[in-house]
Ligand binder design. Structure first.
Ligand SMILES: Cc1cc2nc3c(=O)[nH]c(=O)nc-3n(C[C@H](O)[C@H](O)[C@H](O)COP(=O)(O)OP(=O)(O)OC[C@H]3O[C@@H](n4cnc5c(N)ncnc54)[C@H](O)[C@@H]3O)c2cc1C
Length: 326
């Protein structure tokens, strides 16, 4: 029961960052347990070529089960995962989160009568078993969740697991025939799309320029869009400003928004409330601009700039453009 099964979602010929994070985490944990990380991919066979599936080996997957079936629906994935877990005697199923991850994880839990923990931000091995860490009480505390049932289901918070590309590994790809339950095929995918910002999906962006109430008004975001454009990044926001209608809800970072982990997170006019912090604290480099030297955001920033963002942001944009020769 030391093996881990991860479901990897693919879209337009690639796996999303959230799924790759789950595969990396599954491989790390399986290694510590003395087992292997196996991955399920499900969809139209033509959209899942050998090299794409085998590439999951670079993130630590030992074996990839390729199942032909309807894409983007939860129940067929539940059928396939339940079969693989039973056939191979795997101990855990791990998901990166997101709406589909939640739906599949819940369905699998019911099907296997498993133990489940969701919104997990970290997992560790203790006495040969996995323990999930889940923030509680508005993220002010963390609870440890142990699994008593035979199979444990772990549903991560979106993008909580770090993508770790470990070199040249290739995973063995095995085609698996799964007989779907009649009810699993009763839903059909009508259309599919991804919510995107101007050009980049904020969950995949490696540079995020985030704005808060310190911008003063909706138009304040124009300066952030200029800076994001110059740096090749995307714009994000706090709940305070999306609630005020200054920016789109799809850009909200935090407890009730998205979780991101870009290489650079620049926070302009953001106080650093705990509910915002939980969505961006795993960013590699945090830079904050705030006119209040005592703003909480400076407590977890790598670089803090005390000053008026209206003066600093345009100067930064100018400097970036000048450096890039435009
Ligand atoms: C249940 C719950 C869930 C929540 N979920 C979320 C969530 O998902 N995401 C989220 O972001 N929040 C969330 N919140 C809200 C959160 O508590 C804060 O209210 C919010 O993050 C504050 O947003 P802000 O930093 O933009 O505004 P403020 O806290 O008002 O901070 C504005 C900052 O701008 C600075 N400033 C002002 N003018 C300038 C200037 N000219 N130049 C530089 N700096 C300036 C100020 O000094 C201040 O620090 C949640 C709250 C609750 C209760």
């Amino acid at each position: 029961m030391s093996g881990i099964l991860v479901y990897a979602l693919h879209y337009e010929g690639a796996f999303n960052k959230n799924s790759l994070g789950a595969v990396s985490e599954g491989a790390r944990l399986a290694g510590e347990l003395g087992g292997e990380c196996h991955v399920l991919v499900l969809g139209d066979r033509a959209g899942l070529p050998d090299d794409l599936c085998a590439s999951l080996g670079r993130y630590g997957a030992a074996k990839v089960f390729r199942v032909e079936g309807p894409e983007g629906l939860a129940q067929p994935v539940v059928d396939a995962m339940a079969k693989i877990i039973a056939d191979d005697g795997l101990g855990y199923a791990l998901f990166g989160g997101g709406l589909l991850g939640f739906e599949i994880g819940a369905g699998l839990t019911a099907r296997l009568d498993a133990g489940v923990c969701m919104e997990v931000t970290s997992v560790r091995v203790e006495d040969g078993k996995l323990v999930s860490e889940r923030p509680i009480l508005g993220d002010s505390s963390v609870s440890d969740v142990h699994y008593r049932a035979g199979v444990g289901v772990i549903i991560g918070r979106l993008n909580a697991f770090e993508v770790k590309e470990g070199g040249e590994g290739t995973a063995a790809v095995e085609d698996l025939a799964v007989e779907f339950a009649p009810h699993s095929l009763k839903a059909t995918m009508v259309s599919r799309g991804e919510q995107r910002g101007a050009e980049v999906n904020i969950e995949d962006a490696s540079i995020l320029i985030a704005g808060g109430r310190g911008l003063g008004k909706a138009e304040g975001f124009e300066a952030l869009e200029d800076l994001a454009g110059a740096l090749g990044g995307a714009v994000a926001a706090t709940r305070a400003v999306v609630d005020a209608g200054w920016y789109s809800y799809s850009a909200q970072i935090g407890q009730t928004g998205k979780t991101v982990s870009p290489k650079l997170y620049l926070a302009a006019g953001i106080s650093g409330a705990i509910q915002h912090k939980v969505g961006m604290m795993s960013s590699e480099n945090i830079v904050a601009i705030n006119k209040d030297a005592n703003a909480p955001i400076f407590e977890f920033s790598d670089l803090g700039i005390v000053g008026d963002l209206n003066k600093i942001v345009p100067k930064l944009t100018e400097a970036v453009k000048a450096r890039k020769g435009g």
